[in-house]
Design a protein around this ligand. Structure first.
Ligand SMILES: Cc1cc2nc3c(=O)[nH]c(=O)nc-3n(C[C@H](O)[C@H](O)[C@H](O)COP(=O)(O)OP(=O)(O)OC[C@H]3O[C@@H](n4cnc5c(N)ncnc54)[C@H](O)[C@@H]3O)c2cc1C
Length: 478
């Protein structure tokens, strides 16, 4: 087995220890919010036309898009804790146009509609930017594009194939950068080449996006209840009822936007598993540190291995560095105690200084983790239940910042019951295979993760397990 650059060029243990010494376990994006309004819990009996369970991006986009469709509808959002506290407030803020967790995944599953999916994804990203402007949301939206960097020689072939394939289709979104060009953009001695995606990506401040969507929703008459876990979804007359400890909302229709959390529909309980992803945030860079790395174009970056890093700047000149470890905990629960994993943070810090040795001495101020909403096809699935009165979407598998907006449109189409281009997609009509119950889930997921790590150490070559999973269209990703 080979080694990766992150193992060959490890920084000294003292560099890593010093960089993490002052780090606190806290989500930078949520700490960075101006004071947020406190919202009441649900008490007593209420009525609505549409009730939405879950106050992350999926629930909030759906509420606002529903308002656009019907200016008079009574719309309520019921959130277990506070809006945006979960994945929506703690992600990397990469807004990728892809609705399918990358073109390759979509192409392997729905080859006949991949061009439509790509078009709809780009339209969705454009519409997301337009909505943010229309609703006056200050979410530090930057349509800067994204760089995928090769850090191992065998990955250069992947970059070439990617660009050649796009060019053959007449897609001019991609630009191939050689070693000199990529290092002129971001000065890392580990970069051997890159692909620049010029139009299909933006960056956003995740916490400000969630908070801004919630504010815009309330300004448009949408009620938001916080601290109100929904315990049950009942059918009631010709509508539905969502029931919390303290109250209930009877509504004509409901949207379930609960993502990786236990579904209120039995059929969806095994559809997603939480996979923990770890993130570090540095202090703001000094002018000298900035000059040492360049990165004036502020593009979002990721590298290319199966276990990949993603990294970007904040508005105040910090660097967010996340990814690589993707940890599944036996039992598949979402638990606060899984968020502090010292070995993952040490690994991230080590890889950071391999990538940017000129920044030795820089401190990390924040560390956090979040549960990735993994499903076996790596991109969201959709559906309706209870005679078409309930719609759901979940399973974005680590690429949901933009795709959740598309999911909102799909769920509203399903509830309207009128066929649209979106609802006629096989991607929308097909369902993924569920994960097996324990212990098979943990054995399968950890075997796949081990195989992905081996592939990263073996010029990307996939072993028998991965090839079998590829053939079945099954897998595990973050
Ligand atoms: C660390 C990390 C990094 C990521 N980075 C990126 C990235 O850079 N780009 C990208 O595109 N995607 C990324 N993702 C994925 C992205 O954040 C998610 O796909 C997206 O936020 C999903 O939004 P959501 O609203 O569906 O889910 P969530 O944000 O998880 O919201 C679901 C909400 O439902 C509520 N809820 C659940 N059950 C109930 C109930 N019974 N009653 C009431 N409320 C309930 C929860 O409290 C929660 O607030 C990342 C995820 C993580 C964890």
């Amino acid at each position: 087995m080979g080694t990766t650059v992150f193992e060959r060029q490890r920084p000294a243990a003292s560099v890593i220890a010093r960089s993490l010494a002052e780090t606190r376990q806290s989500v930078f994006w949520l700490d960075d919010l101006p004071e947020q309004p406190s919202r009441a819990a649900l008490h007593g009996d209420h009525a609505a036309d549409l009730v939405i369970v879950g106050g992350g991006y999926t629930g909030l986009w759906t509420a606002l898009l529903a308002r656009r469709r019907d200016p008079d509808a009574r719309i309520a959002v019921v959130e277990a804790r506070t809006v945006g506290w979960a994945a929506s407030g703690r992600n990397g803020g990469f807004c990728d146009a892809s609705l399918t967790h990358g073109r390759d995944n979509g192409l392997s599953r729905w080859p006949e509609e991949i061009d439509t999916l790509d078009r709809l994804g780009m339209q969705n990203l454009d519409a997301m930017g337009a909505d943010i402007v229309e609703w006056g949301i200050d979410a530090e939206w930057e349509r800067v594009g994204a760089l995928s960097v090769a850090t191992e020689p065998h990955q250069l072939d992947w970059l070439d194939e990617w660009v050649e394939d796009a060019a053959a289709r007449g897609d001019d979104n991609l630009v191939r950068l050689d070693e000199t060009q990529v290092r002129a953009s971001v000065a890392s001695p580990t970069y051997l080449g890159a692909v620049f995606e010029t139009r299909s990506n933006a960056l956003v401040h995740p916490g400000k996006l969630a908070a801004g969507l919630a504010r815009a929703a309330q300004e448009r008459g949408i009620e938001i209840f916080e601290h109100s876990p929904v315990r049950r979804l009942d059918t009631s007359g010709d509508g539905v009822e969502v029931v919390t400890e303290g109250g209930r909302i009877t509504a004509r229709k409901a949207v379930l936007a609960t993502n990786v959390f236990p579904s209120l529909l039995r059929r969806n309980i095994l559809m997603t598993v939480p996979v923990y992803d770890y993130v570090l945030m540095t202090e703001p860079l000094t002018a000298e540190q900035r000059a040492a790395i360049g990165w004036d174009d502020r593009r979002g970056l990721s590298d290319l291995a199966n276990q990949f890093h993603y990294f970007r700047q904040s508005a105040d000149g910090r660097i967010l560095f996340g990814g690589y470890d993707a940890i599944y905990h036996y039992g598949g629960r979402v638990r606060a105690e899984y968020e502090n994993r010292p070995e993952s943070f040490e690994k991230l810090a080590s890889h950071f200084f391999t990538m940017f040795p000129q920044l030795e001495g820089l401190q990390f101020t924040h560390r956090w983790a979040g549960a990735i909403d993994t499903c076996s096809r790596f991109c969201a699935f959709f559906g309706s239940a209870r005679g078409g009165k309930v719609a759901y979407a979940a399973g974005f598998t680590g690429l949901g910042v933009a795709a959740t907006r598309f999911a909102g449109e799909v769920m509203l189409d399903l509830l309207d019951g009128i066929p649209t281009e979106r609802t006629s997609l096989r991607m929308v009509r097909d369902k993924p295979l569920p994960f097996p119950p324990e212990p098979a889930a943990a054995i399968g997921i950890n075997a796949t993760r081990w195989s992905l790590d081996r592939a990263d150490h073996n010029r990307g070559r996939r072993n028998v397990l991965l090839k079998t999973l590829d053939a079945l269209g099954l897998g595990f990703d973050s």
